[in-house]
Design a protein around this ligand. Structure first.
Ligand SMILES: Cc1cc2nc3c(=O)[nH]c(=O)nc-3n(C[C@H](O)[C@H](O)[C@H](O)COP(=O)(O)OP(=O)(O)OC[C@H]3O[C@@H](n4cnc5c(N)ncnc54)[C@H](O)[C@@H]3O)c2cc1C
Length: 383
């Protein structure tokens, strides 16, 4: 589309001045748009998305409705207020389910497992010892007295090879990330918020009167009173001062395996690897970023032999031992990480709010982050 060729009608209905322009149509940007329209129905809100579809992590993730396995929580507790972070993840999932409904998400309360191989006995022992500690910490958050339990006795029924310890998280679930995003897009348009795809924002300028001008890569411009930056791992392209580091995640999906029964979501290697069975009996398996943090610290899409071989070996050696399977899908997506576990939801320039950096757990944190962004935008900036 050439900017010069925009019609009067396109200017009026799609590219006209906005009260709030949201950059990025991921889970955070779209939930923010919906919550903002609930609070300010009369405001003109527009979402600008670079891809033909939303093309960040929200359409590339594993669909785990999770809030941390025990080995992850042990590590994350060293970084700050764990209780607040886990509460935000849990509340974010509840908010997402309330907003879209379990049927639209295909939310399944399957429970999650963390598995430890025999050679990881020391780590498994440390995690087993921490069960009651984390159950006490999480009781008020999840409403379960025993969120975690030792499920090692069930290890045999899954057929894993070399797995000695299995911990279960009763409050974890799974969802369909594609349906989540399709429903969000439909709902956003239905709320009279245009989601303009193939509209990369190339520059963000602020006029002396405080109005912002978004220059799109296709030559069009949009004037707006406030901006929400919801571009996650890509945020530093427009605001280099933000403390965000990209982390690419690679995923594969097998051919359908009608005889496989793996109900649940599964975490391995401190949460760096994860797998689950999909409704059509395929296995989705992802992770391995920790094998080469340097190479995966990129916003470029891509697959590497290191990570792909690791995932395939994990599949053949541990998850479905001895089986050689066809891999039908492979992809990558990019997460946004930073020094703190909590997302950034802050004014970063006058009239410009950033809602970014869900640290690889945005299915859980996304709707709450969008909600907080809408709350701030609807109040306007006061400093
Ligand atoms: C492989 C993988 C597996 C994951 N699994 C899980 C999981 O199981 N559970 C979980 O809780 N979390 C998971 N996550 C993390 C979760 O998906 C993310 O935290 C969440 O989707 C982030 O949402 P977002 O809206 O902040 O960002 P994104 O979904 O990344 O959205 C940002 C959007 O901004 C757009 N954009 C960027 N720059 C511009 C620009 N200049 N102009 C216009 N648009 C732009 C992008 O195209 C993109 O659509 C996973 C992530 C990955 C990559």
């Amino acid at each position: 589309m050439s900017a010069a060729n925009l019609s009067y009608w396109e200017h009026q209905s799609f590219f006209g001045p906005a009260d709030v322009a949201i950059i990025g149509a991921g889970l955070v940007g779209l939930t923010a748009a919906l919550y903002l329209k609930q609070r300010r129905p009369g405001w003109r809100v527009v979402v600008l998305e670079r891809g033909a579809l939303p093309s960040g992590a929200s359409t590339k993730n594993a669909g785990f409705a999770c809030f941390g396995s025990i080995s992850e929580l042990i590590e994350q507790e060293k970084r700050g207020d764990l209780e607040a972070v886990v509460a935000a993840r849990y509340a974010g999932l509840a908010r997402l389910r309330e907003l879209l409904g379990d049927a639209a998400l295909d939310y399944q309360p399957v429970g999650g497992y963390e598995l430890f191989r025999h050679e990881e006995a020391a780590l498994a022992g440390e995690c087993l010892e921490k069960i009651s500690y984390f159950n006490n910490l999480l009781a008020a958050i999840t409403g379960h007295r025993r969120t975690f339990r030792d499920a090692s006795a069930e290890a045999g029924r899954f057929g894993f090879r070399g797995v000695g310890t299995l911990l279960k998280n009763e409050a974890e679930g799974s969802l369909d990330a594609g349906r989540m995003m399709r429903t969000l897009l439909t709902r956003t348009w239905a709320a009279e918020v245009p989601v303009l795809t193939n509209c990369a924002v190339a520059a963000l300028e602020t006029a002396p009167n405080g109005q912002h001008l978004l220059r799109l890569a296709n030559g069009a411009t949009i004037e707006t009173s406030q901006v929400l930056l919801a571009t996650n791992a890509f945020a530093t392209e427009l605001l280099p001062e933000l403390a965000i580091v990209p982390g690419r995640g690679q995923v594969l999906v097998t051919e359908p395996l009608p005889d496989v029964r793996l109900p649940g979501t599964f975490h391995y290697d401190h949460g760096y690897a994860y797998f689950r069975q999909l409704p059509d009996h395929r296995i989705l398996l992802g992770g391995g970023r920790n094998l080469d943090f340097g190479a995966e610290e990129t916003t470029e899409p891509g697959l590497t032999p290191t990570v792909q071989h690791y995932l395939e070996n994990l599949l053949h050696d541990v998850i479905l031992p001895g089986q050689r399977l066809r891999i039908d899908y492979r992809w990558s997506g990019v997460m946004g990480f930073g020094p703190a576990l909590a997302p950034i939801v802050d004014w970063v320039r006058p009239g410009v709010l950033a809602a970014v950096r869900c640290n690889g757990m945005g299915v859980a944190l996304g709707a709450g982050t969008g909600w907080r962004a809408a709350e701030k935008l609807s109040a306007g900036q006061r400093n």
